[in-house]
Design a protein around this ligand. Structure first.
Ligand code: COA
Length: 246
């Protein structure tokens, strides 16, 4: 069990809180290992994941004390990159409640989520070039996909840090709520997802994550499986019969 990633299991979701507030939840190797362990569990037993940070911060980046000691071989190992890619590829949706600072690797972890909810004190961006490195754990492709290349370029090349209203305006977060309400909203979304067909949700996520040239073949294959599923039959029949009796 990690001391710095607090994991709570609820009926409709699992909540994981980055809990290293004295270091602004900086993502160190221990946190990465704990995230891998959590991913392994959610791959075996898929559930919606809500990611939060303790102490009014999402995460102030990768741990700079550890980063300073890393060399070329460590960069090629992609310590954070592979971990965040695994979070991104989790079978069920990932919702990040992004409160306060989400910088560098912290921002990249947030970019790996499917749904992001901000708080009024959100500050999100990628100051990596100021530390003499690039944002190699998702920002150069994922941030561009989310906000488009012009703004991604400003964030990545000029160190622009977005505040909550700006992040909302460009869709980097889809809502801004006070921290407690933001968590409640994430829980409401998780409850809504839990009422849907998990196989359809997982198929939708796989299709959403597939590269452009995989469409529409992947959509048709996913749909083919679902069209023959008893759950689809059950859900559609329930809908049709309910309408007939009302
Ligand atoms: N890695 C390692 N330690 C970090 C850290 C990081 N990314 N971010 C913060 N910390 C540590 C600080 O070194 C400090 O440790 P100390 O108390 O032992 O000296 C502690 O967390 C508190 O940080 P501090 O800077 O005093 O907090 P703050 O509230 O004044 O400022 C930030 C918060 C986020 C603005 C500031 O900590 C910061 O700029 N962090 C680095 C952001 C960054 O460049 N991230 C990209 C990394 S890839």
């Amino acid at each position: 069990m990690s001391q710095t990633l607090r994991v709570e299991t609820h009926d409709t979701h699992v909540r994981a809180t980055l809990d290293r507030p004295a270091k602004r939840n900086a993502i160190d190797r221990e946190l990465i290992d704990a995230l891998h362990a959590l991913c392994a569990e959610l791959e075996r037993d898929p559930r919606t994941l809500i990611l939060t940070g303790a102490g009014g911060t999402f995460a102030a980046g990768a741990d700079i004390a550890q980063l300073r000691e890393r060399r070329a071989a460590d960069a090629r190992e992609g310590i954070n990159t592979h971990c965040f890619a695994r979070v991104r590829a989790l079978p069920m949706p990932v919702i990040a409640v992004v409160d306060g600072y989400a910088l560098g690797g912290g921002a990249e972890l947030a970019y790996a989520a499917d749904i992001r909810i901000g708080t009024p004190r959100l500050r999100i961006g990628n100051p990596e070039t100021g530390l003499g490195i690039i944002a190699a754990a998702g920002a150069t492709w994922r941030l561009r996909e989310i906000v488009g290349e012009p703004l991604a370029a400003e964030i990545l090349l000029a160190g622009r840090v977005l505040e909550a209203d700006e992040a909302l305006a460009v869709g980097l977060v889809t809502r801004v709520l006070e921290p407690a309400q933001a968590v409640e909203e994430a829980e409401r979304i998780a409850a809504r997802i839990a009422a849907l067909d998990p196989a359809a949700t997982q198929a939708t996520k796989r299709a959403l994550l597939a590269p452009r040239d995989a469409h529409p073949a992947i959509d048709l294959e996913e749909q083919a499986v679902l069209f023959d599923s008893p759950e689809k039959e059950r859900r559609m029949t329930a809908f049709l019969e309910r309408r007939r009796t009302t």
